[in-house]
Structure formats: structure tokens, C-alpha cells
Write a protein that binds this ligand. Structure first.
Ligand code: ATP
Length: 322
């Protein structure tokens, strides 16, 4: 972990605004272990940061205020709509950093969302990580990356990875990270469903299926070795064979139409398709960049997704832009 400040004062734009961006993630391996006493499941996961970014712009203001624009901002997405008050993770990130640094939580935050909400892509976590980095610069709190990582873990299981980016092995509830070297770029097409899926609902369905014996018991049986080896040195067929997600079965149970969408993706040339995190986004692995462009065009025409995005990873975690 670097000791350098993540932003520091002096990065303010002429208009006094600071902008940071952070990426979406795909779990190329998501092993869900037993339910712990604290209500979280023990996880063993491999995160890959992909090139779909939200940005957060912060400005000096009296008190905290928030504007959300883009994906999920207009309230029309029902439960997947993005809140614009204290329930928003960026609001909580601002208050947490202010408390940590002993400064007043004075800022106006503008979140520009490209990452769909409740999609299994950690959009809210990306926004929280970008907020920590941007406000550290605006307020001159001089937090180290280690300080920000500790705050990130308090905000949510995926927030530390949104800060780190790249590829990482996550344990605990996903917040304990070990960076992993990936030697090549991986191209994907994200198939975004019309309606979001609540993460707790998907975990609840997994627990119910395990209790009923329709899914194997909650032990961490699948190993991360194959996916780590494939990520390191390819080829795409090896990564395709190694992809694993314990939340896929419950997500498919809740959204049976996703099975058809995954089949359409493989028929359209994807090396493999899996549910991203708790879904309902489908991540389709392409052979290379050209393959992803072709696959995105095919899937856009197939009408099984609300939207498709060609992305690649690994990309960097939350950082200042502009
Ligand atoms: P998780 O991070 O729980 O796996 P996810 O990646 O599927 O979830 P997110 O986009 O992070 O989904 O949003 C989950 C829920 O969190 C949303 O439905 C919304 O109510 C709430 N939320 C809070 N802050 C944000 C934010 N900045 N962006 C999106 N959703 C947010």
C-alpha cells in the first residue's frame, strides 16, 4: 500500500471543483461461504476492475448536498433508483472522511453515473471510493491510501476494491484485498438488464436454496487457482473455463430470463458468460477488442438486454481526473 497522499491540496481546478472517477467491477470468481455471526457471508472472490466509470465532482459549499445525474438518477428505476440523501453511499463517505479528518463536512457532490444501479457492478461502491479521493483533495485532509482503504472498508465490502482497482483477491466479506498481477487486457461485453436486483435478496435466495438442499452446502469449495492462473497468462479459453460465481444460481432463480440472455451471448460468440456479482448484469467474455465490438453489436440487436457496453480490464481504481 502506497504511503503517498491520494490527492492532497493543490489539485483544485480553477473553478474550485475536484473530480475523481472510479470503475465498475466484475467478479471473475465469487465463492460464497457460510453465513457469519455478523450477518455477512465469508467470501473468496477475484475482482476485475473494468472500463465503465462513474465520476464524482466536489465543490466547496456550506453543509452537504448532492446531485445525481445519469443512470438511475431520475427515480424511474424503482428500487434500483439512486438516492440523493443520507442513504447514498457518497453522502456517508463524505461524513466519514470529515469525521476522520476532523473537518466540517462542507461540500456539494455531483455524481455522474454511467454504472447502472443494483446491477452487480458495484456502482455505489465506485461512487463512494471516488468521493473519498475527491474530498481528500478538496479538503486537503492528506489521507494516505491506507487511511482511505480503512474508511472504504467501513462503507461497504466492495469499496476497498473500487479504490484499489486492477485485479485483486478478496477475502473476509470481500474487503481484505491482495493485489494480483494480470499480464494482459481482457475484453468483455456487459449486458445490462432492465431492472436491478437487490444484493441482499440474492444472498437470501442462496441461503434458502442451501437450506433446502437444492444447492450444495455453504462451504468455500471452488478454488481461485484456475482463475488466477488464467488471468495471469491467458488464453481467453482458459479464463472462460475458470469463471465461477456462487450467486449465479440464485440470481437465475430470481430472474429466469437471464439464462436465455447468457445463452444468446455465447451463441453470439462470447467465450463464456456469467452473472456479474449478484446480477442481473451478464458479463460476456470476448476473445479480444474486435471480438467485443462485434459481440456488443450482436447483443444490442438481439434485444435481450436494456443496454450493452463493451469494456476492458484491468483498469485503475479511484483517482483524480482533469
Ligand atoms: P452491491 O454493491 O450491494 O453489490 P450493486 O453493485 O448491485 O450492489 P449498487 O449500484 O452499488 O449495486 O447499488 C445498490 C443499492 O444501493 C441501490 O439500489 C441504491 O438503493 C443504493 N445506493 C446508495 N448509494 C448509491 C450510489 N451512489 N449509486 C447507486 N446506488 C446507490
Amino acid at each position: 500500500m502506497s504511503n503517498a497522499t491520494a490527492g492532497g491540496p493543490g489539485r483544485l481546478a480553477g473553478n474550485g471543483a475536484v473530480t475523481a472517477r472510479a470503475p465498475a467491477k466484475v467478479n471473475v470468481h465469487l465463492g460464497v461461504g457460510p453465513l457469519r455471526a455478523d450477518g455477512f457471508h465469508e467470501l473468496e472472490t477475484v475482482f476485475l476492475a473494468v472500463s465503465l466509470f462513474d465520476t464524482v465532482t466536489v465543490r466547496r459549499a456550506d453543509g452537504l448536498s448532492l446531485t445525481v445525474r445519469g443512470e438511475g438518477a431520475d427515480g424511474s428505476a424503482g428500487p434500483a433508483s439512486v438516492p440523493t440523501d443520507q442513504r447514498n453511499l457518497v453522502w456517508q463517505a463524505a461524513e466519514l472522511l470529515a469525521r476522520h479528518a476532523g473537518v466540517a463536512a462542507d461540500a456539494h457532490l455531483t455524481v455522474d453515473k454511467s454504472i447502472p444501479a443494483a446491477a452487480g457492478l458495484a456502482g455505489g461502491s465506485a461512487d463512494a471510493a471516488a468521493t473519498l479521493v475527491a474530498l481528500d483533495a478538496l479538503w486537503g485532509t492528506r489521507a494516505t491510501r491506507g487511511d482511505l482503504a480503512a474508511l472504504a472498508a467501513q462503507l461497504g465490502s466492495d469499496v476497498p476494491f473500487s479504490l484499489l482497482g486492477g485485479v485483486a483477491l478478496g477475502t473476509g466479506r470481500g474487503e481484505r484485498l491482495t493485489p494480483v498481477l494480470a499480464r494482459r487486457r481482457w475484453d468483455w461485453v456487459l449486458g445490462i438488464a432492465g431492472e436491478g436486483l437487490s444484493t441482499p435478496t440474492v444472498y437470501g435466495e442462496l441461503d434458502a436454496q442451501r437450506a433446502a438442499g437444492t444447492l450444495p452446502d455453504g462451504e468455500l469449495m471452488a478454488t481461485t487457482e484456475p482463475v488466477l492462473a488464467a488471468l495471469h497468462s491467458g488464453p481467453a479459453s482458459a479464463l472462460a473455463a475458470a469463471l465461477h460465481n456462487d450467486l449465479q444460481a440464485p440470481a437465475l432463480r430470481l430472474r429466469p430470463e437471464l439464462a436465455r440472455a447468457m445463452q444468446v451471448a455465447t451463441e453470439a460468440g462470447a467465450r463464456a458468460a456469467l452473472v456479474s456479482g449478484s446480477g442481473p448484469t451478464v458479463a460476456a467474455l470476448a476473445e479480444d477488442e474486435d471480438g467485443a465490438v462485434r459481440l456488443a453489436a450482436e447483443l444490442a440487436g438481439a434485444g435481450v438486454f436494456r443496454a450493452v457496453r463493451a469494456v476492458h480490464g484491468p483498469v485503475h481504481g479511484a483517482r483524480l481526473v482533469g
